[in-house]
Write a protein that binds this ligand. Sequence first.
Ligand SMILES: [Zn+2]
Ligand SMILES: [Zn+2]
Length: 943
Amino acid sequence: MHLIVAEKNISAHRIAAILAGKEKLLVSRDAGVPVYRFNECAAIGLRGHVVEIDFEEGYTDWRSREKTPRSLIDARTIKVPTEKKIVLLLQKLSRSADRVTIATDYDTEGELIGKEAFELIRQVNPGVSVDRARFSAITPDEIRHAFGATTAIDFDLAAAGEARQVIDLMWGASLTRFISLAARRGGANILSVGRVQSPTLAMIVDREKEIEAFVSQMYWELSLLTEKDGEVVQARHQTARFCEKAAAVAARDRTTEPLVVTDVKEGNKTERAPVPFDTTGFIVASARLGFSAARAMRVAEDLYMNGYISYPRTDNTVYPTSLDLTGILRTLRPTEFEQEIDWVMANRRPVPTRGKKSSTDHPPIHPASAATRQSLGDERWKIYELVVRRFLATLSPDARWRTMKVTFDAGGEPFAATGGQLIEPGWRRVYPYSSAKEYLLPAMTAGERLPLREVSLEEKETQPPPRYSQSKLIQQMEEQGLGTKSTRHEVIQKLISRKYVEGNPLRPTLVGRAVTESLENHADTITRPAMTRTLEEHMQQIKEKMRSGKDVVSESRGMLHAVFDQLEAHCHEIGNEIMEQTAEELILGPCPVCSRDLRIRHLRNQTQFIGCSNYPECSFNIGLPMAMWGRALRTDSICQIHGLHHVRLVRKGSRPWEIGCPLCHHIESNREALSLVPSMTPGFQQALTSAHIYTISELAHAENLGEILGISPGEAGKIREEAGGVLGLLRRRSECRKLVRRMLAPKKGRSPAKIIKKLQEAGINDIAALGQADPALLKKVGIMDSEAESLLLEAQMVENDRVLRAAGIPAASIRKYLGAGIVSPDDLLSIPPASLAERTGLSLATVQRHVDMMARSRGETPPPRYTKAQVRKGEKELRSVPGLTSTALGKLRDAGVINGTLLLAGDPGALAGRTGIPEEKIRNFQAVLRERAKKKNDEIIVI
Ligand SMILES: [Zn+2]
Ligand SMILES: [Zn+2]
């Protein structure tokens, strides 16, 4: 069997379909991984890297004393499978293979992925022959050609990729740990440092500092307007910028008629057609269409894997002679570009344009097959169209312009006007992404006098350098030798997701800046591009067999140890610098009560809130959702009313939750609660807000409420009381809401919030009411019968528990009562204390105290108390009655009959009913007791 291993599932599918030709392609799944079979072949797709390198065991504890961050430099690395199912299937298929072809992407990364697969295959089938198919586009021609002329895996190329992996892991992990520990950051807030990432971040930080340090200067521009053949012509003073206002004003004052044309120069200018796309050029052009670098690459990779364009990771800007340009034009003709293609074919430039970089691995990005707008969808079509049009432009003639420069003299001051006219659009016909700005000048001749219509002097300011856009940054990274065509956009994405930079154009966050500045101060090797550039050169040397991967890694280890010498010597300074600088990111603005700083505070147990830095003098605070909903961070927007930074909750993998101004949010979320106060009016609400009373609890405790609202102390007291009532209601509602949410199973199409709202509308505001609710009502609001029963029970139980607690019965005792089946206050009051004591194991005195407490809290008279001795005496008395067994004794006790007197006093019929002892027996017991009592009386009389 011939096994074909592609980089991704989608490319495996396409390659198999192409190679199968007219043969039937069978698709099966093995442990969820698709396998494509035809003839004697099977093709599977990896998921990029299916193994990753990691440190050997024992390095996971960041705070370990022996395994310090520095120890990671020399830690051994191992390869761990990350896609276990694929690895297993790859090895399973390899066992029965007699030939394997590696068909991963054709670049360093692809070669390494291929080598990783090779190692996995050889583990289980050491003798199998393994070859390599290399192609730049997944089109029938390229694929058939590549499989017809397979070569061997390039182990040097893979070794270069492997060395880079090890070095990146070593630098990234050790430095990230060191800096995070120094700045006391952990969990989601670690400070990552990386070999390419850190110098890139430094470029953004440096640009920001340049902008801040920029002192703008005034300058003046002088221009005039004249007219020829009814057309207005603008001319500028030959001194483009006047730096002194006096000189500019003097020149303006001298600018007078006669205005004479002194010279007219006409010329031609050619505008070269653009060069073929490499990755950077492509990203820059996509940015003009609104694509971020990462998104442009994602779409391009998708188009590549589906065979529409060639491999998008390339440094090459020169078409190789082997590339069949005419063939591509023919392939593309049946698309909506037919007209453009016909034009290009008829007007094709003799040699296509070429850029400065030529490499042998991949051709520049070019279209590979025809597509329609409909089949691709909007986003993919935009990128496809860009690639097609760029390709056409590189084969089109240059554009030609006619230029004209006219100079004037006005009162001795020299002016000039320039114009341009597109006479031959050339490539602009097929590549409309940059518009041609034509400025036509009417015909003029030297010596001609023209009217002076207007003279204007404009005051301007020099501008600071602009912040980097993503595409500009990628260009800059390329110039500095940072990263590769494959990784640059990913590095920028990492900086964004790690919250080191934000916005477009990019600017550093406080953390990004703090980390960079601290590294620049203490170990600037990490933030300078030189080290990374050197490594890129070493990679090249590995590829060219001039150095071994081991050698390069070991040199890098030495460099990193030197960096740690510097870092470890300044560990405390680095930590303090970062912590001091980043504290600012939590400050939101002035406290509405005392004007000191409000700050976001994070506590250990997921709790976060906004508090005043003047605490405990000022206790103003605003609650925030738990950190599981996202960590609270400030944004750059500032509330116009309160001067506070907006707050956003950020959680990995989900869209941020915009809270906005925390105080506006606080006021808004309390508005409804305040309006529940019966005497509340909109005027009162406003007065409360200006007095910084935002919540119902603050209102219930407001001391100078009368003054604030302009009402009498009596009225103020009433409002406070009402607020207290609402507070209680809200508390009870919230408890009820929690219970309902806890008890209802999540179900599609049913929102607990809606059910709770309906319950409240039906007057069910607390757990007590819920426990007594009519099951029919529960059904009406959307609770199923099966759930209603347990919901009612739970509500009753929670409510009973609350009432028992409220009566003052300790929780430990409540647990004992529940354990004995005594669940409600009614049980407690109806079961005789002696039975309660017997059943729960609590002492009689304790039980009687509980019964008293319960009765009093209900406003009822407590039952009579008995001492232990009295109970024991009564028990003894009853036991001595012939025929009264232990069982009967228990039954009597449960009915509250604990001595002979009580037994004698009861009506036999009623006692039989309460105890379940036959009436006949009770009459017998009573007879015995009556007899004894009589004897006793007689004895007394005798004495
Ligand atoms: Zn305050
Ligand atoms: Zn606000």
